[in-house]
Design a protein around this ligand. Structure first.
Ligand code: GTP
Ligand code: IMP
Ligand code: MG
Length: 417
């Protein structure tokens, strides 16, 4: 495996965090290639329970010498520092972290703008996570973004910062009729200086953290070392291929793993789609396999389907095979990882979304394996009840199954290939 991309095959929260933490045990480098603090990757391992928003999930693996926040991401320095302090509290060594110089920064005005924009949409709100993601990516494309590399020349950064600050202030006043929402520039700069001082201290110097990362990856790949490309969100939230406008503002699939890391496309020889055994969605937008109210309530409580970062209840539905076939085709998935199969132990009757006519979808009901049989506690593929194996094969739609996950912990992972 020279480079392997791990992407979300649904609407995010598929359990990419757990899968990347597992696979990172054999990876020299792990790269987050898109998104920012909107993600919430949960990891449970020997070191404890963690939620990572921007830091790659390879941070726990002693073998992983590089954990890169890639050029396609939009880190918020305040969020990064908070994450690192939480890791520090648990004694995790995070000196393998690097931030690419070209990554665009989420600045407080992006968060204000995101929230004002949502407020203005009223009933048509997207239900963003409120982390400033759409305005930050928009400013990147408008060529007015501030990048991580700008922080290495702080006087220069301040100049650009003040120029954009003034523009944003006019925008908030004229369009949104709000001026108080944004902190004054001195406060923002002072807070940022405090955060950079912490980072400079932890990494020896800021240049050790913020650097040009693609050459580091090429060097590793030239030596035959493994590189893992960690996706965030899911393919149905992709800005081009998702359910626009109810999407995130980045590309989430394998193409984005190339663009957002700097790893050449031909070296990404393994492409794993992570999918839940059912589906969830937070925020607004179409959900054609949504469960009945009773089923949804049951699964939400049982599986604690609430946003990792925002705490919002996730909408729950049955596995949509048509959407997955599309994601598999478009990303040329070489395998898939099915997570949360254990949750279905408590559902005697399951549903699967199958094609109905040209564009339609209907829920086909099938007998489950539970509660008389359970996948929880199984160690191998052969241990799984026959009907659970049949179910996995069915939702995988011909994509080879690499992993079946039956719990949040590392040892609750069945590896098939
Ligand atoms: P995003 O980047 O935000 O899309 O997140 P993610 O794909 O990393 O998923 P997230 O951590 O938000 O949600 C998955 C949840 O399921 C977490 O609470 C995990 O600990 C948990 N989890 C992962 N795999 C399994 C599994 O096989 N069974 C159970 N019961 N829980 C799991
Ligand atoms: P944004 O990425 O904050 O702009 O949110 C846009 C849409 O993507 C909303 O529907 C969010 O709920 C969804 N979204 C963004 N990040 C995640 C995630 O990590 N998991 C699940 N949904 C997400
Ligand atoms: Mg999440």
């Amino acid at each position: 495996m020279p480079a392997c991309a791990v992407i979300g095959g649904q609407w995010g929260d598929e359990g990419k965090g757990k899968i990347v933490d597992y696979l990172a045990q054999k990876a020299h480098a792990v790269v987050r290639y898109a998104g920012g603090g909107n993600a919430g990757h949960s990891v449970e391992n020997g070191a404890g329970k963690f939620v990572l928003r921007t830091v790659p999930c390879g941070i726990f693996s002693p073998k992983t010498e590089l954990n890169i926040i890639g050029c396609g991401t939009v880190p918020n320095i305040e969020v990064v520092v908070t994450e690192l302090k939480a890791l520090e509290d648990k004694g995790i060594d995070f000196r393998s972290l690097r931030i690419d110089i070209a990554a665009h920064l989420v600045i407080p005005w992006h968060i204000v703008e995101d929230n004002l924009q949502e407020e203005r949409r009223g009933n048509d709100k997207i239900g963003t996570t409120g982390n400033g993601i759409p305005p930050c990516y928009a400013d990147k494309v408008k060529l007015i973004g501030l990048r991580a590399g700008d922080l290495l020349d702080f006087p220069g950064f301040k100049k650009k910062f003040l120029r954009t600050y003034r523009e944003k202030k006019v925008l908030f006043k004229k369009i949104y009729k709000r001026t108080h929402a944004l902190k004054d520039p001195d406060t923002i700069i002072n807070e940022l200086e405090g955060q950079l001082e912490y980072l400079g201290r932890k990494f020896g110097s800021l240049d050790n953290l913020i650097c040009d990362t693609p050459p580091l990856l090429w060097e590793a790949l030239d030596k035959g070392q493994n590189v893992l490309l960690e996706g965030a969100q899911g393919f149905l939230l992709d800005i081009d291929h998702g359910t626009y406008p109810y999407v995130t503002s980045s590309c989430t699939g394998v193409a984005s793993a190339v663009q957002g890391s700097g790893v050449p496309v031909s070296l990404i020889t393994e492409r794993i789609g992570v999918v839940k055994a059912y589906m969830t969605r937070v925020g607004a937008g179409d959900f054609r396999t949504q469960m009945t109210l009773g089923e949804e309530k049951k699964i939400r409580e049982l599986a604690q389907e609430y946003g990792t970062v925002t705490g919002r209840p996730r909408r729950c539905g049955w596995f949509d095979t048509e959407y997955f076939k599309r994601a598999a085709r478009m990303n040329d998935l070489t395998s898939c990882a099915i997570t949360r199969l254990d949750i279905l132990d408590d559902f005697p009757l399951l549903g699967v979304g199958v094609r109905d006519g040209k564009d339609g979808i209907r829920i086909e009901r099938i007998q489950g394996w539970g509660p008389s049989q359970k996948v929880m506690g199984c160690k191998t593929w052969e241990d799984l009840p026959q009907s659970a194996r049949d179910y996995c094969e069915r939702i995988a739609c011909g994509v080879p199954i690499k992993i079946v996950s039956i719990g949040p912990k590392r040892d609750q992972t069945i590896v098939l290939r």
